[in-house]
Structure formats: C-alpha cells, structure tokens
Design a protein around this ligand. Structure first.
Ligand code: AKG
Ligand code: FE2
Length: 267
C-alpha cells in the first residue's frame, strides 16, 4: 500500500515536505521525540486516566470521555480531551519550541489551541471485547464548521505517536488531496463516522513511537480496525489542533457540542 510522504525530523520543514504537505494534505516526520520522552508521556497518560476514573469524570470541558474495559476487567480512558491542561508532562511537551516550525507552516497568525475545540486529544485504541474504541470511520475534522454551514478554514491536526502503528494495528488512512475539496464533498462525500469501508484511493500512514504526522483538518481520513488483539493492538496517538480565526475557549461547564453527540452515537 502507498505510504504518506515521510522524512526524518530535522527541526525544520524542507521545501520538498512543504510541497508534499500542500499536495497530499498529510506528511510524516520520523524521530520527533526520543524514546525517553515517549515513556514519560505514556506514564503521565496512565496517571491522568487513573485520576479521571477515580474522580468519576465523564466529560472534560463539555467533551465526553470514551471509557472502555480491558480483558482483565480494568476500566481505562480511551479518548482524552484537553490533556495538556491537566498534565504538566503534556503541557511541557506541546509548549516546547519544537512545534514552532509546524505552527508557522500555515502562517504567523496560527496558534496551538490547547483550550479550544477538544484541546490536545489522546486516542487509545485497543482491539478486544470491552473496548469502546477499535476504529474510527471516515471523517474530516471540520464537522463543527459544517454544522454551521461554513466551509471549514485551514487547520493542521498535528499527530504524535506514543506507540508504533504498523498496518496490523489498523493505522490511519487518508484520501490524498481531499483537503482541496469544496463544501459539498466535505459535507456529503462520505457518511461521517458510519462508513468504515476501504477506499481504492486511500493511503496509509504507518508510524513509529516518537513520530510526528501532520494532516489538514479538511482531509478525509479514518482509522482501520487492527487485525491483532489485546496488548499487541494498543495504539495511542496525540493530536494537537493548530488553527487561526476567532478564539473560542472552552472551560469547565462548557456544553457538549451537538456534533460530538452525533459522533458519540456512531463512534
Ligand atoms: O488516531 C488517529 O490517528 C486519528 C484520530 C482522528 O482522526 C481524530 O481523533 O479525529
Ligand atoms: Fe480526525
């Protein structure tokens, strides 16, 4: 299967990778963080998940948590929102100057939206009975704007991998170039979150722990279900939204957005 354009992380973006980004709408950089940093973030994620479960937390700033159960009966958080506002390790990571070249890729006015949209999201996929997050159907990340009948503006969804993500774990699949589509194909091109069918034109984004990926928020993408099970299927990805436009901060007590209720019925 065709792989997304990939290069080692050098601290800046080469002309070739910027061109690939504009053309495909997604790119991958290997070796963005060291194994030690990955280990520190994994441990911080475990701590935060246990804290939220002990508190009986169901939402974070209006965004529902996904909670599943492992084969051994332990409950665990499978989708975290606003992670960097609750975990110093994640905050330090996303505020480290390393993200600057990525932020500037879209323009000087863009910002890392730690307290907007869903903030820094961490997904934790596992393929086993009791898991509530095994795959994610076709979608773009601009659904909220589409709900208001607006064509979503540019947004980079900056992904960071806490686990290796070979194709056996399902992996991210994208439709190259689909970020350049108009309103109609973005709204109706596929059936949001319900459609899990492979597309003849999809390209896989395989990655290793410590890699960084960028995808345009207007790009059609999905995560396929793993063909392996249990621990072998663990796939933790972090997403940092980089956006511009009016600031819309979320806080404790923010209502659950309508598009999230839809996502929760289907996702
Ligand atoms: O886990 C991934 O790689 C993609 C997740 C995603 O598309 C999302 O959370 O919107
Ligand atoms: Fe997405």
């Amino acid at each position: 299967m065709i792989q997304v354009p990939t290069a080692p992380w050098t601290g800046s973006l080469s002309k070739e990778m910027v061109e690939a980004w504009n053309d495909v709408g997604a790119v991958r950089f290997t070796g963005f963080a060291s194994p030690e940093e990955v280990a520190r973030l994994r441990a911080a994620l475990d701590d935060l998940g246990e804290r939220w479960l002990a508190e009986g937390r169901r939402t974070v700033h209006g965004i529902p948590l996904k909670i599943g159960q492992r084969g051994d009966g332990r409950r665990f958080v499978q989708r975290f929102a606003f992670t960097s506002l609750f975990s110093p390790a994640f905050q330090e990571f996303v505020r480290s100057g390393r993200f600057e070249p990525v932020r500037r890729l879209m323009g000087e006015d863009f910002r890392v939206a730690e307290d907007e949209k869903d903030g820094v999201v961490v997904n934790h996929y596992r393929n086993e009975l009791g898991s509530r997050y095994k795959a994610l159907g076709w979608h773009t990340d601009g659904l909220r704007d589409l709900f208001y009948l607006r064509l979503p503006g540019p947004m980079i969804n900056v992904g960071f991998y806490l686990d290796d993500s070979p194709i056996a774990k399902g992996a991210l699949r994208i439709l190259p170039g689909s970020h350049r589509q108009g309103f109609a194909s973005m709204a109706f091109g596929k059936c949001y979150f319900v459609d899990h069918r492979p597309d003849a034109n999809e390209v896989v984004v395989e990655a290793q722990a410590g890699d960084l990926t960028l995808h345009d928020g207007r790009l059609w993408h999905r995560v396929a279900e793993a063909t392996v099970f249990g621990d072998a299927s663990t796939r933790r990805t972090l997403y940092v939204p980089v956006i511009d436009g009016p600031v819309n901060r979320k806080h404790e007590g923010s209502p659950t957005p309508l598009y999230h209720r839809l996502q929760w019925v289907t996702g």
